[in-house]
Design a protein around this ligand. Structure first.
Ligand code: ADP
Ligand code: SF4
Ligand code: MG
Length: 331
């Protein structure tokens, strides 16, 4: 364990029971989040990103089951009783989502929703709580904060609602803030503003941030380290500059190849890797990326490649030892 590890995830698996049998959403995941860092997690839709962090937060759907170990500050928190989890979620870690409306009550003013958090977790009086909420809104650059406390969620724009969510999450000064696609629903300009805001908050408060996204461009702007998910598994983990400069996994190559340019219209920015992600109801013996991989050999079909070190805090799960780069940008 790194000395500065805040969260340690060991051998985490998430499985859902469904009418058609089990769905293996997250498999044997090992990672850590260090104090004050931004850890990016990237992968296509359905690769297990959200379920990983919902499991950490104790927020899986009823048919989901998490196994393994998750330690926060050295203490096991996976599958704690609901009461303990509720407290932990407010006190030490918080999560924000792509669509803040899902986490907000449309019938309560923003001020009521924010002060409730403080009254519950910090036992502040209504008045003290209000003052803290105004300060929190100001820290995410919402002007005229006192007046806005009496507004309802639908009276805010998408970008403003995301700011309110971030402000609410930060009220209790959590050590860990998990952001699940926080900018996916926003247009490019607002997206950049929210990412800049997260960066600022990390620097001011030393909050560790997990940034979950399907967009490597977002990771490049903010993350220190990045982990790449495919079919519920980590396939590569590295510092951001070494991932971009010297990626070691064919899937990462495909993702980087499909990174859109910011000056292209959004519709043109949805390039994808040919083929489809595997069905998570089956557990292949070999590498799950094999049907889509340009480097596949016989062993790939037979053996699951383990996640191993390839030097310098760089891990990957792939049998192929040769040079990558077969996927030319214009191929
Ligand atoms: N309640 C559920 N029951 C069955 N399968 C689920 C449930 N919730 C999520 N899944 C499946 O888990 C897989 C991973 O989902 P998720 O982590 O949300 O992906 P993403 O990487 O897009 O965030 C998906 O195949 C999804 O269909
Ligand atoms: S293990 Fe084989 S199939 Fe999987 S990514 Fe590596 S080369 Fe491709
Ligand atoms: Mg998701």
């Amino acid at each position: 364990m790194a000395a500065d590890a805040l969260l340690e995830v060991r051998n985490l698996s998430v499985r859902f029971a469904t009418g058609d049998g089990p769905v293996y959403a997250v498999n044997d995941l090992d990672l850590e989040v260090r104090r004050g860092e931004v850890l990016g997690m990237v992968g296509e839709s359905g690769s297990g990103k959200s379920q990983t962090w919902l499991a950490v937060m104790g927020l899986l759907a009823k048919n989901g089951r998490a196994e393994g170990s998750v330690c926060l500050g050295g203490k096991e928190i996976l599958n704690l009783p609901q009461r303990a989890l509720t407290r932990l979620r407010g006190d030490r870690m918080a999560m924000i989502f792509q669509d803040p409306m899902t986490a907000m009550n449309p019938f309560l003013t923003v001020g009521r929703q924010m002060t409730e958090v403080l009254e519950w977790h910090r036992h502040l009086s209504r008045r003290e709580a209000r003052a803290r909420c105004v300060a929190a809104l100001e820290s995410v650059h919402i002007s005229d904060a006192a007046r806005r406390l009496s507004m309802y969620p639908h009276e805010f724009s998408g970008g403003m609602r995301q700011r309110v969510m971030i402000a609410t999450a930060l009220l209790t000064e959590p050590e860990l803030l998990i952001c699940d696609e926080p900018t996916t629903a926003l247009d490019v300009t607002v997206q950049a503003q929210i990412l800049a805001l997260l960066d600022e908050l990390r620097q001011r408060f030393g909050t560790a941030i997990v940034l979950v996204t399907h967009d490597l461009g977002v990771i490049a702007q903010l993350a220190d380290r990045v982990t790449v998910m495919y079919a519920g598994r980590q396939v590569e983990q590295a510092e951001v500059h070494s991932l971009y400069g010297a990626y070691r996994h064919p899937y990462t190559e495909g993702l980087l190849r499909s990174v859109p340019r910011l000056d292209e219209p959004r519709s043109a920015r949805l390039a994808t890797i040919p083929g489809r992600p595997p069905d998570l109801a089956s557990r292949p013996a070999g590498c799950p990326f094999e049907p889509r991989c340009a480097y596949v050999t016989e062993i790939c079909r037979q053996q699951m490649p383990p996640l191993v070190s390839v030097g310098d805090a760089h891990l990957r799960a792939c049998h192929y030892d040769g040079a990558l780069g077969r996927l030319e940008p214009d191929a």
